[in-house]
Design a binder for this molecule. Sequence first.
Ligand SMILES: N[C@@H](CCC(=O)N[C@@H](CSS)C(=O)NCC(=O)O)C(=O)O
Length: 263
Amino acid sequence: MLGSLPKAGLRALGHPLSGGVRGYCARAGQLQGLIFRQLFEPVSATYTYLLADQATREAVLIDPVLEKAPRDAKLVQDLGLNLLYAANTHCHADHITGTGLLKRMLPGCKSVISKDSGARADILIQEGHVIKFGKFALETRSTPGHTDGCLTYVLQDHSMAFTGDALLIRGCGRTDFQQGSPRTLYHSVHSKIFTLPDHCLLYPAHDYTGQSVTSVKEEKELNPRLTKTLEEFVKIMDGLNLPKPAQIDVAVPANLKCGIQDP
Ligand SMILES: N[C@@H](CCC(=O)N[C@@H](CSS)C(=O)NCC(=O)O)C(=O)O
């Protein structure tokens, strides 16, 4: 019963309400002038992220879902933001991206995906590309292995990163279709994500267990797959035997066109 614990007890538990420990949300908000929202789509358990500059109102959406485009567009409008980019971390197999529809709903917004995904978009990017919005910027890191075109977007001060399906909380993206390769994924995570600072908060594209955020330190210590050796990791991934995503046959062709609304 946390309600009856004294503050010292809460602090000992590292609970955000203790006042002595900053919770993840508070820490994310520490970056002066950054508007940040994590949004959820329950059918495919997909997280969409809205980032914006409080001063200029310029904004970016990461991994929007088609069915939630009206919600996302309304939030952008309610907050008085100017959505510059709707960016995908990769060509998703489990849901249709909202980028095509958002472009229609919010004229001026440009779709973004990696060149290596083979998908269409207004802007095709690669390792090193920088997505600017106001005084903020997302650096692009190429993190293939779940798919060839997977990207991780890293905020310029390395306090937050958006890992798509490359790294999930205590897990990682499957490697059994869409050019998946466990060896490539292992290398991507270790060289491009685990090299970020320990305190860097990691925001995945999905979570199936009710969690919302993790950190480099946590995953380096606790990820049950990626703390293993490469050979052990390959064995785990090759033995997952997961059912195919329910929407894969409609999602992949649509996402190669940046969502069904894209002409
Ligand atoms: N049941 C879901 C699909 C679940 C799934 O396969 N998730 C992917 C990411 S979306 S392609 C994955 O990589 N999972 C890794 C894991 O360990 O679960 C559906 O039908 O949509």
